[in-house]
Design a protein around this ligand. Sequence first.
Ligand code: KQY
Length: 395
Amino acid sequence: MATLTSTPQTDGFYMPAEWAPHAQTWMIWPERPDNWRLNGKPAQAAFTTVAQAIARFEAVTVGASAAALESARAQLNQSDNHRDNFTHIRVVEITTDDAWARDTGPTFVINHGGQVRGVDWTFNAWGGLDGGLYAPWANDDQVAARILQIERCERYRTEGFILEGGSIHVDGEGTVITTEECLLNKNRNPQMSREAIEDKLRAYLGIRKIIWLPNGLFNDETNGHIDNFCCFIRPGEVLLAWTDDPQDPNFERCQAALQVLENVHDGWRDGPRDENDANDRKLIIHKMPIPGPLYASAAECAGVQTVAGTQPRDPGVRLAGSYINFLIVNGGIIAAKFDDPKDAEAEAILKRVFPQHEVVMVPGREILLGGGNIHCITQQQPAASLFKTAGTDQI
Ligand code: KQY
């Protein structure tokens, strides 16, 4: 399919909210032994649980290397429980460097005619040679193009502009939320001003309003991705990771984020307006506790191969555990639990803020040991519509 030289914004495309109907969710099989302990076996079991949980609600496609293709297919479609009720999980060959579909997959955009295209951001492994998590990353930078080719979707490529899907959350009505810690980091697009980066977000996400939180979660390996810290649950409402403990290194981060969310003003280019989101709503803010503090055990760290240039594993380093890192699917919420005392409260909050969805909590520790969680390892593909939607002129 064609690589387009225009932008989604000029073509009338925009990124829909995660709760808009999905055609499917994409994942990538974890294989990298210097990130996933014990040659990825426990992570493969954890990814399988996530994939099967999603496949109860919508189709799932998993990319795996040629060498792992058959093993992945067998594991993903094996069921110990005759009551498991998931649809067959498709496995396709994709050569990758690791397993983070949120960040290496395309950001899908739609228009009011029901068409779906994809944005292929340039990827540099969360910082390139300045704090990035591994090198080389050339295979990962090809993932979005490969997925779009498989799906026969037209592609926008932001050549040279670095961004990961985990660093943005949209409400589908014109507002994006992100962090300065990540998008303004000198290891992403150091040559660009904040205004130039905002222009890119408008052009490729079809949004009008940008909410900048100062930081993401403490010790997040991604330089503070928003998807581990704060997300939209519906237009005008956000869920924010929260601690009341002043000793927690997240305390100042949460306070600073709340301050922004409670006082967002004017993100418009064409003149100041006293407003909150792109539709002039004041945000409703829900708080979500942070699990732990969680740490990897010495035994868990010992199972990860040590390779120069790859993120080392150390039991003294706090893990960036979060209940925010969930995926919204068609009719469901797939969220991580950590065998932590706060799991029950997190589940109750998710059920309260998503009363129309079935909340499914699955074990997240093994994914967290690799540096992320359920949202980070998934990428939703919006449903194409054969019929023109009513649409609005607001986007
Ligand atoms: O959380 C993510 N979006 C990616 C984390 C990558 C960690 C690699 N060790």
